[in-house]
Design a protein around this ligand. Structure first.
Ligand SMILES: O=C(O)CCC(=O)C(=O)O
Ligand SMILES: [Fe+2]
Length: 400
């Protein structure tokens, strides 16, 4: 039975992405953000004039994503895989990751900022990278060439049993695949940066307050392309198999595109799971645990999961937008710590190696959650080191 429907708001954030907007216009968006963040922690955003909210952009990234996951298993296995202890770029094989003890029926590809070659070399030479910042892990050259082919030419090839089309094949644009992924990533980061301004206003802080902690976000955050598989046994419940286990996201903001239209993302609200369907030309935004913690629980970091309807595949593109690696951010609000922050019910603060998938997934040790929260807020540990340890917790060797 489907969960009862709720109304998750759609917010037009154009004033946050337009340098000529007025403070009043930005303030109006901030009011809407605050409302959505304090009721659900999830909302849709749009901005008709920004490239990321166009059908053309969605079609491009969906095409690149499906072609990547359509590669044969040996090609995918040649892509370097995500590693425990950082580094978080590369291929995520089926079963290679889980936020609980349940196997997650998804494969993924994680990538982020593509450093210009000379900068990459210099930074490697000076040992300036960390567990979140560093080179992307791409498929090998031959596979990239295959992925660079424009969709039309691919179709012709398929129709002709693999032979190159005789009549005027569309030219292959070198690095088209990488460029498509990179353009999408940078566009989404730009949107996230705009949101930071609106959230600062929503918290009655200086407009630039949150951005002060996000000076290198573009090179630390990353995009994860996901391919969710139908359940092997559609009759079984989500406790036995899942797309993504019930969890809260750990960082600042998660921005999700799911152009494949298959429902899968669900929000836990008022003691029930609710579908979060994808809407044309919008992104879904989730607040993250660290942002929620820093606001004393005022902004909700929503509990969510991805399930399968049993039959259809699903594709999504999720950007995990983070503050600086060495960020040590004090509590941003003066009011009482309440809600989630008081109960410590964040995936960020719990050990996910052993966590089971019981509905809320929040039965962990409240005392240790509190002590991690205190360390983060006191600056005893920085954001980056802690997040690297979290990625290690959800890494599953069984997927290899
Ligand atoms: O694929 C999605 O829609 C959401 C995935 C998700 O929640 C996550 O990876 O943290
Ligand atoms: Fe998530």
């Amino acid at each position: 039975m489907s969960p009862a429907s709720i109304t998750i708001p759609t917010i037009d954030i154009t004033p946050l992405l337009t340098p000529t907007s007025t403070r009043v216009q930005r303030q109006e968006v901030a009011v809407a953000l605050l409302q959505a963040f304090t009721v659900y922690g999830v909302f849709y955003i749009t901005s008709p004039s920004h490239p990321v909210f166009t059908s053309a952009s969605s079609a491009k990234i969906l095409d690149a994503t499906t072609r990547l996951f359509d590669l044969n298993p040996s090609q995918k296995n040649q892509i370097p895989k995500i590693q425990p202890g950082g580094f978080t770029r590369g291929y995520v094989p089926i079963g290679g990751e889980s936020g609980s003890q349940t196997k997650e029926l998804k494969e993924g590809f994680s990538y982020g900022y593509e450093w210009p070659a000379h900068e990459l070399e210099a930074k490697q030479h000076r040992n300036e990278f960390n567990g979140l910042q560093g080179p992307n892990a791409w498929p090998d050259k031959e596979t990239l060439k295959e992925l660079d082919q424009p969709p039309q030419q691919q179709q012709q090839q398929q129709q002709q049993g693999g032979a190159v089309a005789a009549a005027a094949p569309a030219p292959v644009e070198a690095d088209l695949f990488k460029a498509t992924l990179q353009r999408f990533y940078l566009d989404v980061c730009e949107v996230a940066k705009g949101l930071l301004q609106g959230i600062s206003l929503a918290l009655a802080l200086e407009e630039g307050e949150l951005a002060k902690y996000c000076t290198t976000s573009e090179t630390i955050s990353f995009m994860r392309l996901f391919h969710y598989l139908p359940y092997a046994d559609p009759e079984q419940k989500h406790a036995a198999q899942i797309g993504s286990s019930a969890h809260t996201d750990w960082g600042f903001l998660t921005l999700i595109l799911s152009p494949s239209k298959t429902v899968g993302l669900q929000l836990f609200h008022d003691n029930a799971w609710h579908d979060v369907p994808s809407l044309e030309n919008t992104l879904v935004v989730n607040g993250g645990d660290y942002l929620s913690l820093l606001t004393g629980g005022r902004l909700i970091s929503p509990l969510h999961r991805v399930v399968s309807n049993g039959q259809q595949e699903r594709y999504s593109m999720c950007c995990f937008y983070y503050p600086d690696y060495d960020a040590k951010i004090p509590l941003l609000v003066e009011d009482e710590v309440s809600g989630q922050a008081a109960s410590g019910s964040y995936s960020l603060l719990r050990d996910q190696r052993a966590e089971d998938t019981e509905e809320t997934g929040h039965d962990g040790d409240a005392e240790s959650a509190k002590s991690v929260a205190t360390k983060l807020l006191n600056g005893d540990i920085n954001f980056g080191d802690y997040i690297v340890s979290k990625w290690t917790q959800v890494y599953r060797k069984g997927g290899y």
